[in-house]
Design a protein around this ligand. Structure first.
Ligand code: SF4
Length: 686
């Protein structure tokens, strides 16, 4: 019997913890702690601890499948490739769209956007960052010049006041929660604002329950209180920022007095006053947010408001401070960095910029690219498919499951069914793969080399621990083989992920100084522009990444969500996750240690609301919105604010996204998962 330990990076959340995969006779069979792992020092949350359990599931896809007469039939790789190439070549470039994957490596995301742009010549390539942090990328880039977490996970522990807004860090990024606990142990205060008394909120020194969708009002109110008391950092504002007067004019309005903000948000005036004082008077304060901020029709406004608060109080560019968006998927930061977005090439080089187009054509050795304008986002693709049938005809989806993850699932299904040809590449037969014409079996994280970039911009290695099952192949190999079949062998001949990474480093300024040799074992934070550069754990130390070096204050007015409660749908519905499951459950629901902890969905209902509705704990109720209904067990609890309901979105049996609203932020095109109007009823026997 041969046992080996292979150090790699967790495939779940954006924290990027390292662990050892334990391999016995060529098969992964356990996870063991990797004590020197740079982010987590050997500690793991339950998902990381059991990240081996789905790897050798009997449900893994092992052969290419082609649908014939409505049934999947096993095929050879050549048969599948020939069909895909023939079909893709039969469409005009803009009739084909691609979805890349935040679950796959940087190399694979890079190749997917290259495949879309070089082989298909389509403008339409995007991925699920659109659904979680598109507003971060757009909002922070507009304010700071760079749309990413400004500080490192480690230095959160140095903060003297951590303000968590719209993030259940202890459940969704548990090993970042550890840095928050260290901050508390060092005398720092923790403020948590959340509609639910989450495990994160339970650790707070000050907990502020609030009604979903009132974030800008809260942030403006805090800023008004800080300015009224003369506690803004005047020196920082003068030296490092511009447009302060515009911000001041907006936030000093009577609408944002603490009394008025309290009425809108439900947070007591005293709590708001205390929060403002703690943030403004701490030696250094950090703001942490996640999808509670971003997943709104005002997601970009919310993000800019968090930046306003941190600049106002001079908490940028130093340890223990900053604006810290926690990215969801393991490699969603990397998928954005690699240009799996319709508006940018890798390193956020704009597709509309002629110099960038010229550079990419030269680097890729092609005369022509899809260029000149920005393609469709994920959310726009679905809308076009459902509302303008025939405009998009074919789609290539790698490692995403929009049939459970996207808002308004009835609309999504209608759209996907309008496609003439759908290719899905995945490790399991997902709800989306069921609709495909061709399914390609992919290798999972344990079966390939590569890199991923965590939420703090740290690029780290994946290492191959076992062979993929059956005939499954690594995504990078599939993309290269398909690229060659499409007529671009020179552009898609790579011997290894390392060779792909070398091309990434060559074309991507923030990755220029990186190589596999340098990434082992601690990784590097981008920007890392030269081979000697040590990486950049803290951004904006001296200047912001703007042409004039100044951070830009943005005057933002609060706007309510696109759909607000009324007589027919009197409650606010918000969605989220549990620590035991991951997104659409394709991996965690095949991990028995996790599945047994949280095997079914639920709707959280405030105890007083439940009493008024005559609903008991555990009773199956009907939750309905204008998009559809779900029958789901009630969890009656005082730990959610009155008037707000919560459903986790993992469960196909109780799909929260059948209810959610696909209204979009006008800039980031992110949907409003965090607030729509819902009614909840008892189910009566007919
Ligand atoms: Fe994996 Fe995130 Fe848990 Fe770390 S915190 S073990 S990266 S799921």
């Amino acid at each position: 019997m041969e046992i080996k330990y292979v150090s790699t990076t967790c495939p779940y959340c954006g924290t990027g913890c390292g662990f050892n995969l334990v391999v016995r006779d060529g098969k992964v069979f356990d996870v063991a702690h990797w004590q020197r792992a740079p982010v987590n020092g050997g500690k793991l949350c339950p998902k990381g601890r059991y990240a081996h359990e789905f790897v050798n599931s009997p449900d893994r896809l092992t052969k290419p499948l082609i649908k014939k007469d409505g049934e999947f039939v096993e095929a050879t790789w050549d048969e599948a490739y020939d069909l895909i190439a023939e079909k893709f070549k039969s469409y005009k470039p803009d009739e084909v769209a691609c979805l890349s994957s935040a679950r796959t490596s940087n190399e694979e995301n890079y190749l997917m956007q290259k495949f879309a742009r070089v082989a298909l010549k389509t403008l339409h390539v995007d991925h699920c960052a659109r659904l979680c942090h598109a507003s971060t990328v757009a909002g922070l880039a507009a304010v700071f010049g760079s749309g990413a977490m400004t500080n490192s996970i480690k230095d959160i522990a140095e903060s003297k006041c951590v303000f968590v807004l719209g993030s259940n860090t202890f459940e969704q990024h548990p090993l970042i929660g550890r840095s928050i606990i260290r901050a508390k142990e060092g005398g720092g205060k923790l403020i948590v604002a959340d509609p639910r008394l989450t495990p994160t909120a339970k650790q707070a020194d000050l907990y502020m329950p609030f009604v979903s969708g009132t974030d800008v009002a809260i942030l403006n109110g805090l800023m008004q209180e800080i300015i009224r008391n003369g506690r803004e950092d005047k020196e920082f504002i003068e030296r490092r920022t511009k447009d302060f007067e515009k911000l001041k004019e907006a936030v000093m309005k009577d609408d944002y007095s603490l009394e008025n903000v309290s009425k809108v948000s439900g947070i007591p005036v005293e709590s708001l006053r205390t929060a403002a004082e703690w943030i403004a008077t701490a030696d250094v304060a950090a703001l942490i947010y996640s999808m509670g901020i971003t997943q709104h029709t005002v997601g970009v406004d919310n993000v800019k408001s968090t930046a306003n608060l941190m600049m106002l109080t001079g908490n940028m560019g130093k340890p223990g401070g900053g604006v810290n968006p926690l990215r969801g998927q393991n490699n969603v930061q990397g998928a954005c960095d690699m240009g799996a977005l319709p508006n940018v090439y890798s390193g956020y080089q704009k597709v509309t910029d002629e110099a960038a187009q010229k550079k990419m054509k030269e680097m890729w050795g092609v005369d022509e690219l899809a260029e000149g304008k920005v393609g469709y986002t994920v959310t726009e693709m679905v809308n076009v498919l459902a509302e303008s049938p025939g405009e998009l005809k074919a789609m290539y989806i790698m490692g995403e499951n929009p049939m459970l993850s996207d808002p308004d699932l009835t609309h999504v299904e209608e759209g996907l069914r309008n496609l003439e040809f759908l290719v899905v590449q995945d490790i399991f037969m997902s709800e989306t793969a069921e609709l495909a014409d061709v399914v390609l079996p992919a290798a999972c994280y344990a079966e390939k080399d590569g890199t991923q970039t965590n939420t703090e911009r740290r690029v780290q290695r994946w290492k191959k621990a076992q062979e993929p099952p059956g005939e499954a192949k690594e995504d990078w190999k599939i993309l290269c083989e398909l690229g060659s079949k499409m007529g671009y062998p020179e552009q898609f001949t790579f011997e290894s992920p390392e060779a792909v990474f070398d091309e990434v480093a060559a074309v991507t300024p923030s990755y220029h100084g990186m190589s596999y040799a340098r990434l082992d074992p601690d990784g590097l934070h981008w920007p890392c522009p030269t081979e000697e550069h040590p990486g950049t754990p803290i951004l904006h130390r001296e200047t912001f990444a703007m042409p004039d070096g100044l951070g830009v204050f943005s005057p933002i007015e609060w706007k309510p969500p696109a759909e607000v409660p009324d007589d027919e749908y009197p409650y606010v519905l918000t969605t989220g996750r549990t620590i035991w499951q991951w997104h659409t459950g394709t991996m965690t629901r095949r991990s028995w240690s996790l599945e047994m902890e949280a095997p079914i969905g639920w709707i959280e209902i405030n105890s007083e609301d439940a009493k008024e509705l005559g609903i008991e704990d555990d009773e199956v109720v009907r939750a309905s919105t204008r998009r559809g209904s779900v029958e789901i067990p009630a969890r009656v609890t005082p730990e959610i604010i009155k008037g707000v309901m919560f459903i986790p979105f993992h469960y196909k049996e109780h799909p929260a996204n059948r209810l959610t609203h696909n209204a979009l932020d006008p800039v980031a095109k992110i949907p409003e998962y965090k607030a729509c109007a819902v009614k909840v009823e008892k189910i009566t026997e007919e």
